[in-house]
Structures are given as structure tokens and as C-alpha cells.
Design a protein around this ligand. Structure first.
Ligand SMILES: [Zn+2]
Length: 273
């Protein structure tokens, strides 16, 4: 009887371990070059992150944190909206105050990541695509001209990591801003764009129709790097109005997801003159 129980338990353990191993594989991109730091590998000294919502930087904590702590780069971030249209999970404020609350959450998160400078703009949450596109590009060009980052990290415009229209529009405006600055003032324009990408197997298996669309519209990643799971888990504590986001969307606690989904993937575009 005890032998049978031991055999059953051992079998269960093997199945669980195998399942965990399989699940972990869904978050890997074996063809991408695994590097300790995208910014360090590309020898960038100044980084600008451009994203749509407070908490989007959770996708690039590894890149930003290591750029600062490991490579000594200057890091800055622009968040285009205050996230006022988001769902609160849990509810921590009056909904009409959510923009103010999430603005502060973005600043706290940036501080924790060691950003040197950060701006949160006031484009309408879920309405960036309806806002004046040329103005958005001009504002981004203006900041790039002032700050002169050599590497810009943003969304891939055609997939936006999650197919969110704000993400796609911000990615496109950022790419256009870099291209136009290179055309007019190549001496001060960024030379590298790193686009953050979703792990394709995970997206296509578990992301439903939206996941399929994301995978179909994003390129294969060129680089993979550690995602700094600890920073992501801490990030969800800082983004208190979104603390339960991972559990609500993925049905598992953030500490588990980020231990399994432990890398960040990028398509790196190096611009030559
Ligand atoms: Zn977002």
C-alpha cells in the first residue's frame, strides 16, 4: 500500500515537473540571442523609453534597471497618458481621480527603476489614436533632440505587445520621430530602436484571437535578456490600482508568472546613415 502510494506520488511529481517545464518553455524564444543587457550589449549610454500607459514599463524593467545599475546609462521615460480610463483592480480611488493616482504610480515606478528623468503626458487614455498624430511626433522629436538618447525602447507599431491601439500608435509615433530626426539632424538622432515583443508561443497558445493577431504582426525577436522578475513583482505593488492585474488576466499570481516568464524579448533595429 505504501509502495503504491509512493509510486503514485512520484508519478504525480514527475507529471507536475514536466508540466511546469513545458509551461516555462512557452515563455522562451530560443532563436533570440540571450544577452545580460540589451543596452550594455549595444553600448548605448543614454536610453529613452516611450510607452502609452502607467504600468507599460513593467514590460521593460529588465532593460531599464540593468541599463542603469549595470551599464551606468542615463535612463528616461515618457508615458503618453495618465491611464485614467483603466480598470482598477483593486479599487483604490474614486474613478474620476484615477488619472492623478496612476500618474503618481508611474512616477513612483520610474523612481524605483532609477530613471533620471520622466514625463507623464496627458494624451487621452484609450484615445491616443484619435489625438493629433503630427503633434505627438513633433513632441517626441523635441524631447529626443533635447535628451539625445542613443537607444529608444518602445512598442512594435504593428502589434503593440497586446494589440492595444494606444500602444500601436505610440510605437508608430516613436519610430516616425526617430526616422524624421535622423533625416533632419542625424548628428543628434538615436541610432538604435529596441521594440519590446511578446513571447510568441505563450501568446499564440494562451492569448486567444488577440494573441494570434499579435504573433502574426510582430517580427521574431533578435535579443532576449533577464526580465528582473523581482522588479516586476515590486512594480505591481507600486502600481497599487493595478495590483491584481496579472491574477485577473492570467489566472495566476504575479510572483509565479514573472518567475516563469523571466525574460524580455526585443527586436533591435540599428539605424545606419
Ligand atoms: Zn498599456
Amino acid at each position: 500500500m505504501i509502495r503504491l502510494l509512493t509510486t503514485l506520488l512520484a508519478g504525480l511529481f514527475v507529471v507536475l515537473l514536466g508540466g511546469l517545464f513545458w509551461f516555462d518553455r512557452q515563455f522562451e524564444e530560443p532563436e533570440a540571442e540571450l544577452v545580460p543587457s540589451v543596452v550594455g550589449t549595444l553600448e548605448a549610454k543614454s536610453v529613452l523609453a516611450v510607452f502609452a500607459h502607467p504600468d507599460d514599463e513593467q514590460l521593460v524593467t529588465g532593460l531599464l534597471l540593468r541599463a542603469k545599475s549595470r551599464d551606468g546609462a542615463t535612463t528616461r521615460m515618457i508615458t503618453a497618458t495618465k491611464g485614467e480610463a483603466g480598470n482598477q483592480t483593486p479599487v483604490v480611488a474614486r474613478q474620476e481621480d484615477l488619472g492623478v493616482v496612476r500618474h503618481a504610480e508611474a512616477l513612483k515606478s520610474g523612481f524605483a527603476l532609477g530613471l533620471d528623468e520622466q514625463e507623464v503626458w496627458d494624451y487621452p487614455d484609450s484615445g491616443v489614436a484619435d489625438a493629433d498624430y503630427e503633434e505627438l511626433v513633433r513632441r517626441l522629436m523635441d524631447r529626443m533632440a533635447t535628451w539625445q538618447p542613443d537607444l529608444v525602447v518602445t512598442f512594435w507599431p504593428e502589434s503593440g505587445f497586446s494589440n492595444h491601439p494606444d500602444h500601436m500608435r505610440v510605437g508608430r509615433a516613436t519610430r516616425d520621430a526617430v526616422y524624421r530626426l535622423r533625416a533632419t539632424s542625424p548628428e543628434i538622432a538615436p541610432t538604435i530602436i529596441a521594440y519590446v515583443l511578446a513571447p510568441r508561443q505563450m501568446m499564440s497558445r494562451f492569448g486567444g484571437a488577440r494573441g494570434q493577431l499579435v504573433v502574426a504582426n510582430q517580427p521574431a525577436p533578435t535579443h532576449a535578456m533577464p526580465g528582473e522578475a523581482g522588479a516586476k513583482i515590486r512594480g505591481w505593488e507600486i502600481h497599487a490600482s493595478q495590483r491584481n492585474y496579472v491574477r485577473d488576466v492570467y489566472g495566476m499570481p504575479a510572483w509565479f508568472l514573472h518567475r516563469v516568464n523571466d525574460k524580455e524579448f526585443y527586436y533591435v533595429e540599428v539605424l545606419s546613415n
